[in-house]
Design a protein around this ligand. Structure first.
Ligand SMILES: Nc1ncnc2c1ncn2[C@@H]1O[C@H](COP(=O)(O)OP(=O)(O)O)[C@@H](O)[C@H]1O
Ligand SMILES: [Mg+2]
Length: 344
């Protein structure tokens, strides 16, 4: 980016400077009758012929850069998959059930220190569990294991008593959905962008998903409604709308379990409340595991799991853990000190 800006500026400058030089020197020579005014004029026009392609070249450079960046992302995606494989004789997960970790230990490839040690946890259908703890404690690792983005190094994760390693990928991705912090968009319409979550879904299904989280009107108000192209020259959707697209994708899949890693940075307050309301509707009636960074989120959870140094150190309701006066109580104290009371 810095290079292209610099290069673009330089090309522009050299172009203008050369014209000025030709006009200046040519004018002086013409004045002394060494050359004709016509020759100077021809020179200026020919110079433009020379610099236009050079300028186009710098634009081409931008395009190539953007394409290279996209290709890089694509490779990351392709590389991201093979961490888990489908069992040769897979079974479908039940429609509902308890999500449980049985003595799960996990170390990332090439890492000697486990990111998670001896996790035992059982989450009831429809329960909302918040994961809290310091950075690097292992919260996201718990979320990734519960959604089978990785398999445990030791121990098992089960849903309705079925080991996730035995589940067919199809039923796994229908049953447990990870909602990313950022809504990624592809070229195409709003319809297309939501439909990717469940290929084969009809337009009516997409409309239903948007209505289910209460944001249908907001998208219908776009210039061409749900047929609006979202990526003509950059994104036409705001950050908040992109998040709503992610939520609508999850609503379209309609899973039993939702896994969320709460964003640490806030949207603007107006958009924030729209996203929050849509999220609340999406979470209704489902099992939810949320990596929480805000007090308001943990207060709405049924139970809270405190993770520290790869271990589950406390588990209970907000009231229980506050009364206990341990790690969670200290965390709440710190939260209350750092934010104005009106925001809690
Ligand atoms: N992809 C990875 N490869 C290797 N180590 C990782 C990877 N992701 C996280 N870790 C390590 O695992 C530990 C737990 O990380 P994480 O679960 O992301 O913590 P948290 O979400 O609580 O901040 C940290 O020490 C982190 O450096
Ligand atoms: Mg994390």
């Amino acid at each position: 980016m810095a290079i292209s800006t610099w290069y673009f500026g330089l090309v522009e400058f050299v172009g203008v400077f050369s014209v000025a030089l030709v006009v200046g020197v040519g004018g002086w020579l013409a004045h002394r009758d060494a050359i004709s005014v016509g020759t100077v004029a021809a020179f200026v026009l020919l110079l433009a012929n020379l610099f236009d392609p050079v300028q186009q070249l710098s634009q081409l450079y931008n395009t190539v850069q953007a394409a290279a960046a996209s290709l890089h992302k694509l490779y990351e995606l392709i590389d991201a998959e093979p961490d888990v494989a489908e069992h040769p004789h897979p079974v479908d997960l039940p429609a509902s059930g308890v999500l449980a970790a049985h003595d799960v230990t996990f170390a990332y490839d090439g890492s000697t220190r486990p990111a998670l040690v001896g996790l035992a946890l059982s989450i009831a259908p429809g329960e909302r569990l918040a994961l809290v703890g310091p950075t690097g404690a292992g919260k996201s690792t718990v979320a990734k294991l519960l959604s089978r983005l990785y398999d445990p190094t030791a121990g098992r994760i089960t849903f309705g008593d079925v080991d996730l390693r035995l589940a067919s990928m199809g039923s796994l991705r229908r049953c447990i959905v990870v909602v990313p912090q950022e809504g990624f968009l592809f070229g195409g319409t709003v319809f297309d962008n939501i439909r990717v979550a469940r290929p084969g879904a009809t337009n009516d299904d997409v409309v239903e998903a948007l209505a289910a989280i209460g944001v249908l009107e907001r998208f219908e108000e776009l210039p061409e409604g749900l047929d609006t192209e979202v990526r003509e020259r950059g994104s036409r959707l705001s950050a908040g709308e992109r998040q709503l697209v992610s939520l609508a994708r999850a609503a379209l899949v309609d899973p039993a379990v939702l896994v969320l890693d709460e964003a640490t940075s806030n949207l603007d307050p107006g958009t924030e409340s729209v996203v929050e309301r849509a999220l609340e509707r999406l979470m209704g009636g489902r099992t939810v595991i949320v990596v929480a960074h805000r007090l308001s989120t943990v207060q709405r959870a049924d139970r809270i799991a405190v993770i520290d140094h790869a271990h589950l150190v406390e588990l209970g309701t907000h009231a229980e853990l506050v009364a206990r006066g341990g790690r969670y109580a200290a965390l709440v104290e710190a939260w209350l000190r750092s934010q104005p009371a009106s925001h809690v």
